[in-house]
Write a protein of this length. Structure first.
Length: 503
């Protein structure tokens, strides 16, 4: 027993996990749809409003209030289903999913159960090394979101909090939940497969323009179900469900951690508890939530106040014609246009730079410059700030503006990087930052000549070497002039003045 208790807080070496067990994954992704109003009422869905200012009798469940389904949400759900190669059900129904939590004011959630609007599809994804993997989709169904609990005091979790606050602005926001079939056979690559799938799904949903897919704001949330089977087993193991993982990296980390945690318990002779678990971003661990209910516990029954959703087949066909170029098709086209190798393209995809580069080019920058900025300086900034590349507080339009200023000779690359850093720090728009800081490249030859003369006078030995034909020695003088002008001189022009002065 002591060994089992110890194993619950330990992790098995990952290689040993793979040697002894086969992982089985199930991923449930909740997508907040980008509709103007909620799923069953006319309340707005805008993010960030003051608590409890976007509510009405319907979304807070007052007696006598009646829901009406949001037509735009149904349209978005159908388009998602079609893009995931799903069959669209001729008649789907809403159900009441009964559970009693403070963030669900009606004490039930309107969702879909045994008759979802879309079912039996798939999504082809690429792993980081280019290996294709097909993830089978069980269903995509419509439902409403819950409210939000804010636990005050302690660690921010309900345990140890002094009290909790409830914000029902999110209650009733339209959701589509996309559920995979069991993902088996991934073995050592299971965490990679999980991340690649959520990444591909996010890209697809963004291309469909049905959600802003902001994981940092909860518009896209992943619940990762993980279980382990011993190598000689024929049945799946007991699963845990790590809830609301909200970054692509965290999806991979959470799956890997849960595999190692479960394996340690099983190797010590313990049993896995079917439960929800919380993911902790700060250290990549999970902790127990609540015992996981089964479908029977929710006492599903058809929602009596809503009729079945029966979309016209002609309308479904019409929606099929509105699907955009799929992200993977666009990447192939873009790769040909840019003339980059498969390896370079995979790197761009893996760091999440493709869409950002494309949008920067669309805003007027050259493709090569846009790639360089996003995969070098800005990628370094994202890493140092601990965010995804897409989470940086700089837009492709702002990056294109900075590139334009560099191309025009108004900024050097280093000055451009200073401007970009200021934008990331919230100081404003690039051109305003240049003006406020006085960063524009110095083009006054008289001012540059004065700085050159002073640098040569301070380094007579270097000046003598240059006069003797050692042109490379000019680098020291150019550096001193750049320092004296706070980096605002054109290095090429400074070098011309240095060489001319030493003739």
């Amino acid at each position: 027993m002591d060994a089992m208790i110890a194993a619950a807080s330990e992790l098995l070496d990952y290689d040993q996990v793979i040697a002894d067990f086969d992982p089985v994954l199930g991923l449930e992704v909740h997508v907040e749809l980008g509709t103007v109003t909620k799923m069953f009422c006319g309340c707005p869905t805008a993010f960030g409003a003051d608590p409890n200012t976007q509510v009405c009798p319907v979304c807070i469940g007052l007696p006598g209030s009646l829901p009406v389904a949001n037509a735009k949400a149904i349209e978005s759900a159908i388009r998602i289903g079609l893009a995931l190669n799903c069959s669209i059900r001729p008649s789907s129904v809403f159900a009441r999913k009964n559970y009693f939590y403070p963030d669900q004011p009606k004490n039930y959630q309107i969702s879909q159960y045994d008759e979802p609007i879309a079912h039996d599809g798939y999504l082809e994804v690429l792993l980081p090394d280019g290996t294709p993997w097909r993830v089978e989709i069980e269903r995509a169904h419509m439902e409403e979101d819950t409210g939000k609990s804010l636990h005050i005091g302690g660690s921010g979790r309900i345990h140890g909090a002094s009290h909790s606050l409830l914000d029902y602005n999110r209650a009733g926001v339209p959701l589509v939940e996309i559920v995979t079939k069991p993902i088996v056979g991934a073995g050592v690559r299971a965490p990679e497969v999980a991340r690649a799938y959520v990444t591909a799904l996010r890209d697809l949903l963004k291309a469909l323009d049905v959600s802003d897919v902001r994981m940092d704001q909860g518009s896209l949330r992943c619940d990762a179900n993980v279980s382990l089977m011993r190598k000689d087993a024929t049945e799946f193991g007991t699963r845990t469900e790590t809830k609301n993982v909200n970054s692509l990296k965290s999806v991979e980390v959470a799956v890997r951690h849960e595999m190692r945690r479960q394996a340690a318990i099983l190797e010590a002779g313990g049993e896995i508890i079917q439960e929800t678990r919380h993911f902790h971003e700060e250290d990549g661990t999970t902790s127990a939530g609540r015992r996981k209910e089964t479908a029977e516990d929710y006492r599903y029954f058809p929602e009596p106040d809503l009729p079945p959703v029966q979309p016209d087949p002609a309308w479904i066909d019409e929606l099929g014609t509105t699907l955009p170029e799929m992200p993977w098709v666009r990447r192939t086209r873009i790769q040909e246009e840019w003339g980059v190798s498969d390896e370079v393209m995979r790197d761009l995809v893996n760091v999440g730079a493709i869409d950002l580069i494309i949008e920067t080019v669309d805003a007027g920058a050259g493709a090569e410059a846009a790639r360089g900025w996003w995969v070098s300086f800005l990628a370094q900034q994202a890493n140092s700030r601990g965010v995804e590349l897409s989470g940086l507080s700089i837009t492709p339009g702002q990056v294109a503006t900075i590139i334009g200023l560099v191309d025009e000779g108004k900024l050097t690359t280093k000055l451009g990087q200073q401007v970009a850093t200021a934008v990331l720090d919230g100081e404003g728009e690039p051109e305003q930052i240049v003006a406020d800081r006085g960063l524009e490249v110095v083009r006054d030859d008289s001012a540059l000549q004065k700085a050159v003369d002073e640098a040569l006078a301070a380094n007579p030995d270097i000046a003598e070497k240059i006069r003797g034909g050692k042109v490379q020695a000019a680098g020291k003088i150019v550096g001193d002039v750049m320092k004296a002008t706070r980096g605002q001189a054109d290095p090429a022009r400074v070098k011309e003045l240095v060489l001319a002065a030493c003739q």
